[in-house]
Ligand binder design. Structure first.
Ligand SMILES: [Zn+2]
Length: 82
């Protein structure tokens, strides 16, 4: 069977060296003041992250629990007072 020029059977998103884009930002509501904050999880450490980040509004420490979904596009974020 001849392959057709200009047609690829391999979608870009599974090509080697071009992995599916993972969410590199996540938004959570501060556990103290409720203001939205943006955080930058490092998924190289795994799909689950836990770290403390100070709120940019009230400067209180939030303990963040982040989970990256299987599709790599959905991030669940939970913040609690640190
Ligand atoms: Zn806050």
């Amino acid at each position: 069977m001849r392959s057709k020029p200009g047609h690829s059977f391999a979608p870009d998103f599974i090509s080697p060296g071009n992995p599916a884009r993972m969410q590199d930002t996540a938004t959570y509501a501060c556990a103290y003041c409720g203001e939205p904050n943006v955080t930058f999880p490092d998924w190289s450490g795994g799909r689950r992250q836990q770290y403390i980040e100070d709120c940019t509004v009230c400067c209180q420490p939030n303990v963040l629990y982040l989970t990256l979904d299987h599709d790599g596009e959905t991030v669940c974020v939970f913040a609690e007072p640190g």
